[in-house]
Design a binder for this molecule. Structure first.
Ligand code: IPM
Ligand code: MG
Length: 361
């Protein structure tokens, strides 16, 4: 079996961390019946620098032709003054839309070896394993109309920003199914997070989730308002199994959930379309403050590569080998700066990659 992976390193620490994930993918497939063909492309600020656009045509063509995409991160302060359509983030939003990646899976799990790295008490987070299923191609991120217009208020001319949040039943249903299917393979609990006490989109969201739930009688569905969910996530996160929510709420809650696990540097993510294609990226950003220093944690990207093997290539066996290797490296006390305490051995990005490759072999 031969598969093509488009690698989009992006900006900041992106090139450093994707390089380690590619090495791990090469090592885990060595001598197996899966041959990987890596193609590299540009996205985000790097693409703006190289081609004048954060999501150039060539990258779009390569993404649609690839079997899967492995992405680093986008963004950096040097691009902050660009017009909105040229900003690095637009590269990410563009590829999500172009590939139709509506389902974003963001696990938040605590490696027992890192229990001390969490800012919460160990008993609150020990054994934590939740999955946030975030809708990724709808809501306020993409809703039209949007813009900045001039309005007159009490005779005064003012600029006003506006965005639109809308979800149709099909969009809600398909993300609901992803959440329920995931729950069937886990602890059979789905918590749908919304703001149904205020928003009509949420009212419909709730109704459709209840409808989808009828097809999964084994799964227990609950509903929670997003403000309460934010609170419950730090109060008693282990009450959750799968959380399903719309784009903007999911953006916020997934960052919050990631910190329960100590470091956002540990968490992978998968964004899937209905054709089984996927984009895999760490949950964290481009960390411009530490870019080029060789100290970034590559584990989230390495674990994203494991998700890639599992979800896009059906190779849960190889994915597990990577996950076990990561766990073994943590057992050895090796830590990049973000997860390092006094008792650990601090390693660089490359040394961490070396260690995972060595553990695989
Ligand atoms: C994420 C990021 C993106 C988002 C940004 C960079 C556009 O925060 O993947 O969570 O808001 O979706
Ligand atoms: Mg985010």
């Amino acid at each position: 079996m031969k598969k093509t992976i488009l690698v989009l390193p992006g900006d900041g620490i992106g090139p450093e961390i994707t390089a380690q994930a590619v090495r791990v993918l090469e090592a885990v497939t060595e001598g197996s019946d899966l041959t990987l063909n890596f193609v590299e492309g540009v996205i985000g600020g790097a693409a703006y620098d190289a081609a004048g656009h954060p999501f150039p045509e060539a990258t779009q063509v390569a993404a649609l032709a690839a079997d899967a995409v492995l992405l680093g991160a986008v963004g950096g302060p040097q691009y902050d003054s660009l017009d909105r359509p040229l900003r690095p983030e637009r590269g990410l939003l563009g590829i999500r839309a172009a590939m139709g990646l509506f389902a974003n899976l963001r696990p938040a799990m605590l490696y027992p070896q890192l229990a001390d790295a969490s800012s919460l008490k160990p008993e609150v987070v020990a054994g934590l394993d939740i999955l946030i299923v975030r809708e990724l191609t709808g809501g306020a991120y993409f809703g039209q109309p949007r813009g900045i217009r001039t309005v007159t208020v009490n005779g005064q001319s003012l600029r006003e920003g506006f965005n639109t949040m809308h979800y149709n039943e099909l969009e809600i249903e398909r993300i609901g199914r992803v959440a329920f299917e995931a729950a069937m393979k886990r602890n059979k609990k789905v918590c749908s997070v919304d703001k149904a006490n205020v928003l009509e989109t949420s009212e419909l969201w709730r109704e459709v989730m209840n409808r989808v739930a009828k097809d999964y009688p084994e799964v227990e569905l609950s509903h929670m308002y997003v403000d309460n969910a934010a609170m419950q996530l730090v109060r008693w996160p282990k009450q959750f199994d799968v959380i399903v929510t719309e784009n903007l709420f999911g953006d916020i809650l997934s960052d919050q959930a990631s910190m329960l696990s100590g470091s956002i540097g540990m968490l992978p993510s998968a964004s899937l379309n209905d054709k089984g294609q996927g984009l895999y990226e760490p949950s964290h950003g481009s960390a411009p403050d530490i870019a080029g220093k060789g100290i970034a944690n590559p584990l989230a990207t390495i674990l994203s590569a494991a998700m890639l093997l599992r979800y896009s290539f059906g190779r849960g066996d190889l994915a597990e080998r990577i996950e076990t290797a990561v766990s073994r490296v943590l057992d050895q006390g090796l830590r990049t700066a973000d997860i390092c305490t006094a008792a650990d051995r601090k390693v660089s990005t490359i040394e961490m990659g070396d260690a995972v490759v060595a553990a695989l072999r």
